[in-house]
Design a protein around this ligand. Structure first.
Ligand SMILES: [Fe+2]
Length: 255
């Protein structure tokens, strides 16, 4: 029994990471391709079976087409760096973006190009200032007029900016909520994070990994914590949601 228990504890639960800054030299994530490879090795060690790379996109810094060209270049560098040690992994990485909200986002003719892979899933970072009705209207339009499946990146970080009534109106429109693993691991955020998971207010869990020394991959630890807190049923549902979105990014139509 002891042996069985130990073996189970050592096995990594497979997962897909849908939010990480693993592409080299494009944002404040991996600084070069060697660091990308280091992050990937750690993701795999923890049980990662595929990921969507989501570099920051800030409208005020570059156009969507400039960003896409830079992202392609970064991905080529990463593919070259991982080809030898991680065979086949270049086909398990899909491209997305963590798009910082900007006024007019819902009218941007090219906005669909920032979705995850071939899917309509769209990772949106809300403003770090008090949300206004017009911000929420824009997000709503991304879903209703543009047909995107909006995922709110690390919603737990917006507690002080999100007016409850505005948030409720978004949740009523089927916006999806992504939580960072760190929310479950940092003492001061845990209470909120656990309440969100147990209350069904978290559909997606991802690492938002940046660098090995600063915000490293941490999915395994987060999953272990959920297991310890007897929230494994919720964790399994979240892992399933992550898989559905990953497969949609791959272009799997049966989703
Ligand atoms: Fe991020």
């Amino acid at each position: 029994m002891m042996g069985l228990g130990r073996r189970r504890a050592e096995e990594a639960t497979p997962f897909y990471d849908l939010h990480c800054h693993i592409l080299p030299g494009i944002d404040d994530g991996a600084k070069d391709a060697a660091m990308s490879a280091e992050l990937l090795a750690e993701e795999i060690r923890q049980g990662c079976e595929g990921l969507v790379a989501t570099p920051h996109y800030y409208r005020e810094m570059n156009s969507i087409s400039e960003f896409l060209a830079r992202r392609e270049q970064a991905f080529s560098e990463m593919k070259e760096a991982i080809a030898g040690d991680f065979p086949g992994w270049e086909r398990r990485i899909f491209l997305g973006a963590e798009v910082a909200y900007y006024p007019g986002i819902a009218q941007d003719p090219e906005i669909e190009k920032l979705c995850m892979g071939s899917s309509r899933y769209f990772l949106l970072e809300m403003p770090f200032s008090r949300w206004t009705p017009s911000v929420v209207r824009d997000v709503s339009m991304l879903m209703t007029s543009r047909g995107l499946r909006v995922i709110l990146a690390h919603l737990e970080r917006f507690e002080r900016y999100a007016d409850q009534e505005l948030l409720d109106s978004l949740l009523a429109e089927d916006v999806l909520v992504q939580m960072n693993c760190e929310a479950l691991l940092f003492r001061d955020m845990r209470k909120t994070a656990l309440a969100m998971v147990s209350g069904g207010l978290t559909q997606i869990l991802s690492t938002d990994a940046h660098r090995p020394e600063r915000r490293p991959p941490n999915m395994r630890e987060a999953l272990e914590f959920l297991r310890k807190k007897r929230l494994w049923g919720e964790a399994e549902q979240i892992l399933m949601n992550n898989a559905v979105i990953y497969r949609a990014a791959m272009g799997d139509k049966a989703r």
